[in-house]
Design a protein around this ligand. Structure first.
Ligand code: UFG
Length: 339
């Protein structure tokens, strides 16, 4: 029987962070959440409390605030940290690269420094399949080289991974999880994604179109070299992504020496944008208003994971399929809009 972990989750009010907090609590871990609520809302913390029946130890705090973090680490003996807190908009990062480097890279450095001071060595880091760009081989595995990043956002993930790989030698035990395309929401519809303004990502755009918040969905290109001409991605249920973090903590706990390792976190199934739209209509019975538009600059044509490494190392598998993921996304949208 393993001892109880006390996990610090930064960005725990965010989309993937909040679902991970639920999975951590349900697996018996003690959790402390910090979030500056700059891109999230406190009602998500209340949703977590309703799902788990547990009061969340929540601190409104910015991860660039070293003094506040030091104080928190002095008051608690954390066994590990999961670092979600970061900006994630590709478009915004192009407009404001400095704020992306400061927030995403800067907060990681502050956090590592505080962890070192307080002798907390175990870290799970939120990375992205964006580090691969358009890989030469698909499904892509972890040995694929980093390609030039398509955006400052992607670049921050590459830089953070490089920092972690080097810093791990100072005694850290670090796992980076390279997320593919997380979608959906908790099956309870009590927590889910809260996009700011007009969504950039496909599934929130689909659900908002279905909810008639948006007039029509545009499919960005149907002339790619794929089965139906639309881009191909690896869409994975956010609760499955969250569950992998619980396994990552167990994995790190088992290691005796400092190390750095990156894992793909995807289903291994490539789904085209058009297939996803058709699946959404099939599972919800809603006729979506959509049309084909031009390609979106910076989009990769096709990417999906080879998830063999994470399957073997963590004993982790997905629980939800695409249809369930889309239904859960729709249930969450309906809850948000009182539909
Ligand atoms: N798409 C549309 N219409 C829309 C929105 C998206 O056709 O209204 C298409 C995109 O062109 C793309 C696919 O749906 O082909 C998926 O787009 P998303 O924006 O949902 O996801 P991306 O794969 O572009 O981006 C995701 C993450 C980023 C990360 C990137 C790395 O959201 O954070 O993967 O590949 F950088």
């Amino acid at each position: 029987m393993s001892t109880i972990n006390h996990v610090l989750v930064t960005g725990g009010a965010g989309y993937i962070g909040s679902h991970t907090v639920v999975e951590l609590i349900e697996a018996g871990n003690k959790v402390t959440v910090v979030d500056n609520l700059s891109r999230s809302e406190y009602k998500i913390i209340e949703g977590i409390e309703t799902i788990t029946g547990t009061k969340i130890d929540f601190h409104k705090m910015d991860c660039l605030d070293a003094e506040a973090l030091h104080k928190l680490f002095s008051q608690n003996k954390f066994s590990s940290v999961i670092h979600f807190a970061a900006f994630k908009s590709v478009n915004e990062s192009v407009a404001k690269p400095l704020s992306y480097y400061k927030n995403n890279v800067g907060s990681l450095i502050v956090l590592l420094d505080v962890m070192k001071t307080h002798d907390v060595k175990d870290l799970i880091f939120s990375s992205s399949c964006t580090v691969y760009g358009q890989p030469d081989q698909i499904p892509v595995d972890e040995s694929a080289p980093f390609k030039k990043a398509e955006s400052p956002y992607g670049s921050t993930k590459q830089v953070c991974e490089q920092i972690l790989e080097e810093v791990a030698t100072e005694g850290f035990r670090v796992v980076s999880l390279r997320y593919f395309n997380p979608i959906g929401a908790h099956p309870s519809a009590l927590i889910g994604e809260l996009p700011i303004g007009v969504p950039n990502n496909l599934v929130p755009y689909v659900t908002q179109t279905a909810a008639e918040v948006r007039k029509a969905l545009t499919i960005f290109g149907n002339d790619y070299n794929t089965s139906d001409g639309s881009c191909v991605r690896d869409f994975i249920h956010v609760s499955d992504v969250a569950g992998a973090h619980v396994k990552a903590i167990d994995y790190v706990n088992k290691q005796s020496k400092s190390f750095y390792e990156a894992f793909n976190l995807g289903t291994g199934i490539g789904v085209s944008v058009l297939e996803l739209v058709k699946k959404f209509m099939a599972v919800t019975g809603i006729r979506l208003n959509y049309s084909i538009g031009p390609r979106r600059p910076g989009d990769v044509e096709k990417v999906y994971a080879n998830p063999e490494k994470i399957h073997k190392a963590f004993g982790w598998q997905t629980k939800y399929d695409l249809g369930q993921s889309l239904l859960h996304a729709w249930e969450w949208e309906k809850k948000l809009r009182d539909i």
